[in-house]
Write a new protein. Structure first.
Length: 151
């Protein structure tokens, strides 16, 4: 069970210390502008080029540039292009970045990406990986995906 008070300490300060649930907090503190922008992260757009799947935007010219700079095969190319450092969702000095929040967000995003990829590309099989470094450096937590290939 998610400890929302640990992830969002501000919850307990609302209502004269009586607290508020996360959805109530969003209703008070959030904005439709932010929610619209976050939709790109929480339900990403994917494009297919040359049988490979990428987070949008990706076009033919960008793909050709990536192909020239990546020595691996299709799976390695997909994994490289599709990687997302969780810390990069906000500026590097974001004061509320914490191990617990980065891990929570990365875990949730990996489930979301797996579900969206399966729904959008039912004929393909994907590996969605959330990398958690042993040294726990926040900048190294990342999410990526690539097609499972049978050689």
């Amino acid at each position: 069970m998610t400890d929302w008070n640990a992830l969002i300490p501000d919850l307990s300060r609302w209502n004269n210390g009586g607290g508020i649930d996360p959805e109530g907090w969003i209703a008070c503190e959030g904005s439709f502008t932010l929610a619209s922008a976050y939709s790109l992260i929480f339900w990403p757009e994917f494009v297919e080029l040359d049988g490979m799947v990428f987070r949008a935007p990706m076009d033919r010219q960008s793909l050709e540039s990536w192909k020239r700079s990546c020595a691996g095969g299709s799976g390695e190319l997909e994994a490289l292009v599709n990687h997302l450092h969780i810390l990069d969702l906000h500026h590097a000095e974001c004061p509320d970045a914490s191990l617990e929040r980065i891990v929570h967000l990365g875990s949730v995003l990996s489930e979301i990406y797996a579900a969206k990829l399966a729904a959008q590309f039912p004929d393909k099989s994907f590996v969605v990986e959330f990398y958690e470094p042993e040294d726990k450096k926040l900048q190294d937590y990342q999410l990526t995906f690539f097609q499972r290939r049978i050689d």
